[in-house]
Design a protein around this ligand. Structure first.
Ligand SMILES: C[S@@+](CC[C@H](N)C(=O)[O-])C[C@H]1O[C@@H](n2cnc3c(N)ncnc32)[C@H](O)[C@@H]1O
Length: 215
């Protein structure tokens, strides 16, 4: 049992029954309040204050947006973008995000799905999504392909910790050491990869922020 909880490198089935989509649909109502109480809103705000400006009026995409908290943190730090697109597999999450960010376009599609109708983005955000996927390397390659040259990725990614083991039991997410994450980002083609540890509370124990440039 312990080894199943403490081996972090692959996603596992969540404790609850149902598809990941139905589990996140059911979680949508309390999600924003929950991550706020755990300190993720301030952790995200802190990370976004370190994100450089890539161009005026950028196009911004948040993949696996949930209730839009990561996108909101970017907006609070950088102002309104030229366009904001939010994607998720959970329609309930997307509906909540759309209510909180009324100017955004929402698209119900998985990471890896077709987004051919939107142009390459200047900023791609992705918080706590690729750790649900069987092939995180392919996920990073897909994110890379949706960023314009010179644009950047802001990633929040679960890190191994005993607290993460509890989260993993419930949600099934994998987790990655910074060295693994950096290796995967480099293999996908990213450069100037910087690690941004979260400073306090649960976010500091279960997650890390990363900023990476698409050359
Ligand atoms: C841990 S939550 C994070 C939500 C939000 N990014 C945040 O930080 O609050 C993971 C989100 O990713 C979505 N998700 C899971 N698998 C996905 C996939 N394959 N493609 C897109 N979104 C996915 C879930 O529906 C959920 O909203």
């Amino acid at each position: 049992m312990l080894s199943r909880l403490t081996r972090f490198d692959r996603p596992r089935p969540p404790a609850r029954s149902g598809t990941l989509q139905s589990i996140y649909d059911a979680a949508a109502t309390g999600w924003q309040d929950g991550i706020s109480k755990l300190g993720f809103l301030s952790a995200y705000a802190d990370l976004m204050s370190s994100v450089p400006v890539v161009r005026n009026e950028p196009r911004v995409l948040d993949v696996g947006t949930g209730t839009g908290a990561f996108a909101q943190a970017w907006l609070d730090a950088h102002g309104a973008p030229a366009a904001l697109t939010l994607t998720d597999i959970s329609q309930s999450m997307l509906d909540t995000a759309a209510a909180r960010l009324p100017g955004a376009v929402t698209i119900a599609t998985p990471l890896g799905g077709s987004l051919d109708h939107i142009p390459p983005q200047d900023v791609v955000l992705c918080a706590h999504v690729i750790e649900h996927l069987e092939d995180p390397q392919a996920a990073l390659a897909w994110l890379y392909d949706h960023i314009a040259p010179g644009g950047l990725l802001v990633l929040a990614l679960s890190r191994p910790h005993w607290c993460t083991a509890l989260v993993r039991w419930r949600w099934g997410n994998a987790a990655y050491h910074p060295a693994q994450a950096k290796q995967m980002l480099e293999a996908a083609g990213f450069a100037d990869i910087t690690l941004h540890p979260f400073k306090s509370g649960p976010p500091s124990r279960v997650s890390h922020g990363y900023i990476a440039i698409r050359p």
